[in-house]
Ligand binder design. Structure first.
Ligand SMILES: Cc1cc2nc3c(=O)[nH]c(=O)nc-3n(C[C@H](O)[C@H](O)[C@H](O)COP(=O)(O)OP(=O)(O)OC[C@H]3O[C@@H](n4cnc5c(N)ncnc54)[C@H](O)[C@@H]3O)c2cc1C
Length: 512
């Protein structure tokens, strides 16, 4: 028999088992409860009032619990089982592979990029030398866009059971158990590569295959059924089922699908900028304090508004993080954000993006369903044209942007390739610039102090979600026309983040 108790404590009291235990004893009017008798089920921060509180949901047992957590996974040896091709080793591809191992099928993963360790060198080259390797970068390589990401694991998905399963699988492969109880779980970019490498080890040791530096360049299709794929060295690989999990930056795959008249669909997406404030300022605003102190994590925020008939919202907020160059080709500038597990940088960043409307795409109509993709590409290129050094990003101070004034000085930034003062209010399309400007004023009212020249805005945040979807049958999850082809994850339009991509990969693998 166990009892559930909810406690609201100060950050300091919630930081130590002994003080939590004292509060449990007080609450239950008992003096003989030990820390070994309870476990925290959920932990969240309540910063709505002036005094910030930590809310804990705790399960208390009558006796000592020997193992507070035991996660078991049952992966089968699939060395001689039926093969399933998986294109892409992002969260969708990897979780599809793990699910196939559980169900006794052999995953054969083709990944255009490198393993996590070799990929690190290419990422350093983007930051230091401004060289973008089109096959190995922040988006491409083992673990996909999820590896050198922030590792925030919150999702809008309501599928509680599936979310827990993904989180437990990550813990099984080395993530800290905290992610199971935190209301806003986060792994951190420094911890993710090891977890991804452990997942690789599980796949290989159970008989699956992973081929790095191996790009899929064509599909083998007969009688509206996919029979296999063609690799860049012209090798052909056949299998009964193919999972397409190439993410939203694999533009060559979208173009290939379009060329082969395999149905794809233009879909709503959003673009904007990344904004960077001093973390101390965000802490002060969110925690109503002059200093955060040692017991609270760096504060985050979530902002949303509607202006000029467009949704504008914050996206992928990274407290104590860095802005990173996430382009997949030279000649384009794309920024994104990440943070290490401790979130200890002095900066806070977040994407602020504006809904793209059909009317914005009128000049791109000739590209058919690819029109959103071409609009996205044009904007990324326009950012690059104006800076003399590749990957140096255009930037402006926040109030200057609203006042349509070039910044004569920029604030310090975490963006390693560097920033250059540019009139973003002119460079961005008016639809985006105007909506951003209006929404900054609204956000400044919602969060007093947010609208400030202490913040830089940096262009371009363009890869928040896929501009395309690859339609599939709701029941079979196969492509609506091409049988045995399972589009999944973010690139296919069924996910928006690590956890939802992983859930979708699992779902298609279960269907197979
Ligand atoms: C810097 C950054 C930070 C982020 N932070 C977060 C975060 O904190 N939380 C969160 O939830 N999400 C975050 N995201 C988004 C998240 O990473 C993606 O939503 C998620 O990775 C999508 O998973 P996926 O498997 O669908 O695709 P991807 O992760 O994009 O994986 C696709 C894979 O397919 C490979 N591929 C593409 N084309 C081919 C081909 N032709 N042949 C072979 N392989 C191919 C690619 O190399 C890639 O590895 C971040 C993204 C970035 C870039």
């Amino acid at each position: 028999m166990s009892k559930i108790l909810s406690l609201t404590l100060s950050p300091e009291n919630a930081a130590f088992d002994d003080s939590i235990n004292n509060h449990i004893c007080k609450e239950l009017n008992s003096s003989d409860i030990e820390p070994s008798q309870w476990k925290i089920l959920k932990k969240s921060i309540d910063a709505r009032k002036k005094e910030v509180k930590i809310q804990l949901r705790i399960e208390i047992f009558e006796k000592e619990i020997k193992e507070k957590l035991k996660i078991e996974k049952h992966y089968k040896d699939v060395s001689n089982s039926e093969e399933v091709i998986i294109i892409g080793s992002g969260p969708a591809g990897l979780f599809a592979a793990l699910t196939l191992l559980e169900r006794g099928k052999k995953p054969i993963i083709f990944e255009r990029g490198k393993d996590v360790r070799s990929r690190r060198r290419d990422i350093a080259a983007i930051n230091k030398n401004h060289i973008v390797n089109p096959e190995s970068n922040y988006c491409f390589g083992e673990g996909g866009a999820g590896t050198y990401s922030d590792g925030k694991l919150y999702t809008r998905s309501k599928k509680r059971g599936s979310i827990i399963d993904i989180l437990e699988t990550l813990v099984f492969h080395g993530a800290k158990e905290d992610i199971l109880i935190e209301a806003q779980p986060h792994i951190g970019t420094n911890k993710l590569p090891k977890i991804i490498a452990n997942i690789r080890e599980t796949i290989l040791s159970h008989g699956g295959e992973i081929h790095f530096d191996t790009k899929v360049v064509d599909f083998i299709i007969e009688s509206n059924t996919i029979k296999g794929v063609v690799l860049q060295n012209n090798d052909k690989v056949l299998a009964k089922n193919t999972i397409l999990a190439t993410g939203h930056s694999a533009r060559d795959i979208f173009k290939l699908l379009d060329k082969k008249s395999i149905e794809i669909k233009n879909k709503p997406f959003a673009m904007g900028i990344r904004i960077e404030h001093p973390q101390g300022l965000i802490d002060q605003i969110q925690y109503s304090c002059s200093e955060r102190g040692p017991y609270l994590p760096p504060a985050s925020y979530k902002l949303v508004t509607q202006t000029n008939n467009r949704g504008v919202y914050s996206f992928c907020m990274c407290p104590g993080g860095f802005i990173v160059p996430a382009a997949t080709n030279s000649g384009e500038i794309v920024v994104n954000g990440m943070s290490p597990s401790k979130r200890d940088s002095v900066f806070s960043n977040s994407g602020i993006v504006v809904e793209v409307k059909e009317e914005d795409l009128t000049p791109y109509e000739k590209y058919g369903e690819l029109k959103g993709l071409f609009y996205q590409m044009a904007l990324e290129k326009s950012m690059c044209k104006i800076t003399p050094v590749l990957q140096v990003a255009p930037a402006q101070r926040m109030v200057d942007f609203i006042n349509r004034k070039i910044s004569n000085k920029l604030n310090k930034t975490s963006y390693q390739p560097g920033i250059l003062s540019q009139p973003l209010h002119e460079i961005l399309p008016e639809s985006i610039a105007h909506s951003l400007s209006n929404s900054f004023k609204v956000f400044g009212k919602k969060m007093k102090g947010y609208l400030t020249n202490e913040a830089n805005i940096i262009g371009l945040e363009s890869r928040t979600s896929s501009p395309l979807s690859i339609p599939r049958d709701n029941e079979t999850l196969q492509h609506i026309r091409i049988k045995k082809l399972y589009p999944c994850g973010e690139g296919a339009g069924y996910a928006g983040g690590i956890v939802s991509a992983a859930i979708d990969g699992k779902k298609v693998a279960e269907k197979i």
